[in-house]
Write a protein that binds this ligand. Structure first.
Ligand SMILES: Nc1ncnc2c1ncn2[C@@H]1O[C@H](COP(=O)(O)OP(=O)(O)O)[C@@H](O)[C@H]1O
Ligand SMILES: [Mg+2]
Length: 251
């Protein structure tokens, strides 16, 4: 059997803040198979973003822990190797969109492909296709500042779509969007998952978490529960969009 896509064991992270230390993660373990779509929920400051940063190789654990990606130990890679794994295998979607303000939509999408090592001749074609796919074919040459929040998040999704990483980390991707726009973004993420991408989504909105198949709850730096999303009728797994998902995930 193939190794799990993610096998994180006992991840610990302390943040230094002046003279004090904040224990942001106190031994979190998480295993994820390829193709899963999980939501991480929990109150503010419970360690959700810290966990995403560690899983995305944007940060190191400070007090131990082990992280295997597809069976490979990624804790002891040198900075270049980490950057390569990040660019080729992991896509990020953030609450604040994080687009380069001085690059157009299509340039933003192309840049991620540059880091991922996709040949120049391929980049423009794939970027245009990805923007078309997220409904922004007509906005390719707009600057982020000329786009609405929802459109900027679509560019961020196109960036992931075009670069092709198997793992997508989305930290509050709908946090800055109105409900209807947030739903459109979640539908796009759901499409990516159905196409085989593995997704880890942080949200504190139960309706948004309802798009996932599994929910991990965090509290005070610990994962306190981990289980499937359960529907009203007791069945488990994927929820269809037209159901009242907020009730289903409240447990
Ligand atoms: N860069 C940082 N420096 C200092 N403290 C931090 C830093 N990032 C996060 N923290 C602290 O770590 C804890 C967990 O934060 P975070 O992972 O951002 O939680 P969440 O995403 O669940 O809101 C909080 O107490 C937060 O203040
Ligand atoms: Mg956070």
């Amino acid at each position: 059997m193939a190794a799990p896509l993610i096998q994180a064991t006992n991840l610990c992270k302390e943040h230094r803040l002046g003279d004090t230390t904040v224990a942001a993660l106190r031994g979190v373990s998480l295993t994820l198979e390829t193709g899963e779509f999980i939501a991480i929920m929990g109150p503010s400051a419970s360690g959700k973003s810290t966990l995403m940063h560690l899983l995305g190789l944007l940060d190191h654990p400070s007090a131990g822990g082990c992280l295997l990606l597809a069976g490979r130990d990624v804790m002891n890679l040198n900075p270049d190797e980490r950057a390569r794994v990040r660019a080729q295998e992991i896509g990020f979607i953030f609450q604040a969109f994080n687009l380069l303000g001085r690059s157009t939509a299509i340039e933003n999408v192309e840049l991620a492909m540059t880091y991922a090592g996709i040949p120049r001749s391929e980049r423009r074609r794939r970027a245009a296709m990805a923007l078309e796919k997220v409904g922004l074919g007509h906005r390719q040459h707009h600057w982020p500042g000329q786009l609405s929040g929802g459109e900027q998040q679509r560019v961020a999704i196109a960036r992931v779509l075009a670069a092709g990483p198997g793992l997508i980390l989305a930290d509050e991707p709908t946090g800055a969007l109105d409900t209807a726009t947030g739903r459109e973004i979640m539908a796009l993420l759901q499409d990516l998952n159905r196409a085989g991408r593995t997704i880890i989504l942080v949200t504190h909105d139960p309706a948004v978490a309802g798009y996932a198949q599994r929910i991990v709850r965090m509290q005070d730096g610990c994962a306190i529960s981990d289980g499937p999303v359960v529907r009203d009728d007791g069945s488990k797994g994927m929820i269809s969009q037209d159901l009242a998902v907020s009730e289903m995930v409240a447990s």
